[in-house]
Design a protein around this ligand. Structure first.
Ligand SMILES: [Zn+2]
Ligand SMILES: [Zn+2]
Length: 352
């Protein structure tokens, strides 16, 4: 070493002068001696056969939305390989092949720099898939549930269209909750019961959120009641029932008012209903006490318009197929070959 070259020192291995040494070695000797890339020869990736969740440590993790199993394997391999800390700008590439149904030899390539010298290394990891059943799926298929949603209506059965709308909300809300990270937001079972429909859900908070969403959609109220079903690890285990009670009247329902009037309910407010008289199409505000519900949108039928004048419309009764005269309600205009009607006690009423 001379004073003229203070920054060039010889490598203890090969004796060549290098601008910087790593542990006394030049970069080439360092790379030859130290493994730059370490990986286990085999790596077991345990995945749920039902939902593709991955078992890591003591937990199960849902795959990301767009991940397929090749992505899951690559993520596992990436987490298992170790790059030497002296490698800078490390770039890892993974290329998997398939040996059989469960075995995926995966080649790992490393590129980087040690003290400004480009280095590369490669290794192969045998990635093995193991299919099992995650904690959540074993609960789900074992029939576990923490919440029951009971869809019912007041003084009548829930209608087909209400049950269909509830189905859509339950499905969409559970999907949304699972996507937001609640793995227990699953439906264990569901089915019709007299007067309504029951849904069994894996998580109480999910049950609460879903029942509120259904209630908001159907104009219903939710009644919550909890029951102690046991103890686990020193904590009380509860099962919660959410009774979703749909109001007797929905907007658009048909009802008898008194002895001889037929009305359609257009809105409700604390015991009072805005109605349209189906004979005159005049609006009225009445007590819901005086109404007797006949049905909802399922009562609507189409009647063929045969002819019309200022005062009357001549319609083909869709049931008796007789031609009948109906007095034109105030302001009613027929716009097509058929008109919407409700048939009640052999009479046709035009619906606005
Ligand atoms: Zn050297
Ligand atoms: Zn699963």
């Amino acid at each position: 070493m001379t004073a003229a070259m203070p920054d060039r020192v010889p490598c203890v291995q090969c004796g060549r002068a290098a601008p910087r040494l790593v542990g006394g070695l030049c970069a080439e000797c360092f790379v030859a001696r130290e493994p730059l890339l370490e990986a286990p020869p085999t790596l077991v990736v345990e995945v749920c056969a039902h939902c593709d969740a991955r078992h890591v440590g003591a937990h199960w993790f849902d795959p990301a939305e767009a991940d397929d199993l090749a992505d899951v394997r690559e993520a596992a391999a990436r987490a298992a390989v170790k790059v030497h800390p002296r490698v800078e700008g490390a770039l890892l590439r993974f290329e998997e092949s398939q040996q059989d149904e469960r075995t995926f030899p995966t080649r790992v390539d490393l590129e980087g720099e040690v003290e400004g010298v480009a280095v590369r290394s490669e290794t192969t990891v045998q990635v093995r898939m193991r299919r099992s059943v995650c904690d959540r799926c074993s609960r789900m298929f074992g029939g576990f549930y923490a919440a029951i949603l009971q869809l019912r209506a007041t003084d009548r059965a829930a209608s087909k269209s209400e049950v269909e709308r509830a189905h859509a909300v339950v499905g969409a809300e559970l999907d949304r909750l699972r996507a937001a990270g609640n793995r227990e937001a699953f439906l264990t079972k569901s089915g019709p019961v007299p007067g309504g429909f029951d849904y069994y859900i894996g998580d109480i908070e999910a049950g609460r959120i879903v029942s509120r969403a259904v209630a908001e959609r159907l104009g219903a109220q939710v009644l919550e009641s909890a029951k102690l079903v046991g103890r686990k690890e020193g904590n009380d285990l509860h099962r919660v029932t959410f009774l979703i009670r749909i109001a007797l009247y929905a907007n658009g329902d048909f009802a008898r008012l008194g002895e001889d009037r037929l009305v359609q309910v257009t809105s409700l407010d604390r015991g009072r209903a805005m109605v349209v008289d189906l004979e005159t199409h005049r609006r009225d505000k009445v007590d819901t006490e005086g109404l007797r519900r006949l049905g909802g949108p399922e009562m609507l039928q189409d009647a063929v318009l045969v002819s019309q004048d200022e005062a009357h419309l001549q319609l083909l009764d869709p049931v008796s197929l007789a031609t009948v005269d109906v007095v034109r309600p105030e302001g009613f205009q027929a716009t097509g070959p058929t008109v919407p009607v409700v048939r009640h006690e052999e009479r046709l009423y035009l619906v606005p």
